[in-house]
Ligand binder design. Sequence first.
Ligand SMILES: Nc1ncnc2c1ncn2[C@@H]1O[C@H](COP(=O)(O)OP(=O)(O)O)[C@@H](O)[C@H]1O
Ligand SMILES: NC(=O)OP(=O)(O)O
Length: 316
Amino acid sequence: MSNARKVVIALGGNALQEPGSPATAEAQLEVVKKTCDYLAEISCRGYEIAIAHGNGPQVGRILLASETAREVTPAMPFDVCGAMSQGYIGYHIQQGLKYALNKRNKNIPVVSLVTQVVVEKNDPAFQNPTKPIGPFYSEEEAKQLMAEKGYVMKEDAGRGWRRVVASPMPRKIVELDSVIRLWDTTIVITVGGGGVPVIEHLDGTFEGVAAVIDKDLAAERLAEDVGADILLILTEVEKVAINFNKPDQKNLDHMTLLEAAQYVDEGQFAPGSMLPKVEAAIRFVRANPSKRAIITSLYKAVEALEGKAGTHVTFN
Ligand SMILES: Nc1ncnc2c1ncn2[C@@H]1O[C@H](COP(=O)(O)OP(=O)(O)O)[C@@H](O)[C@H]1O
Ligand SMILES: NC(=O)OP(=O)(O)O
């Protein structure tokens, strides 16, 4: 792993928001500053990084604010809400990361790129919304919102009810050339929130659609396309587990491609949380048999890159 230097990082929700803390921009900035200390450390260890991040809570709140303000100003289309979420999350990461890099006397530019990601118009995900966005509600509140506003809402991993939207597969990163051109000189924050989902028309134009792409799958697309050595997926837990939250839970240091696929078949990973991460890891390693994907926590990221922490997914 010593020469593996090119890393695409996918940042999980806890890198942007602390559970239970107010969902304000100010609170997010405080969390992002801490997150960026870990990211700066990775950069200072000599890794070349690009950063993807989630946006479920943020895009949902922007949408809610926009819909609530309808009486005074026209509501924003969903794809525009996605672009807005990329903008303000990227802005926070730019501030936090630049500060953390400066503290380490490392002068490297940081930019965020509003990034479009092409999805297929006929993706079956449009018929089956699964991606939770925005705040949590009680079951009673959710039922009322479903009846009054026509929202699709589902229970989210025992944490409460949330609005859900379609989450189609990322097929192509529209701004990929720019990411590649910037790579050698700049830390690029891209495919934020999985990218703004767009459909590509035959005449080469793009049209935004109402959906939220999974950021782990978009980060995987990016990692393949830029020829990254490592796809580093950062979340709350240090390791992926089998029999998660059961008395016989076993944390995994390593999974081969076959083992990972078998655990997926056994239903070991919760859909909408750990499953897309393992699926992204599988895709990356299947396409790049000599490379690796790592799933770990932000706090263990540096150790994981050195092979001393996290769950490593490799071909064999
Ligand atoms: N098999 C598993 N192994 C480890 N964690 C799991 C597993 N299944 C579900 N989880 C949960 O999934 C969470 C990661 O999903 P989530 O919080 O939705 O992701 P994100 O970090 O992208 O916001 C972990 O923090 C853990 O609580
Ligand atoms: N776009 C996306 O995957 O966001 P979350 O990580 O917040 O679900």
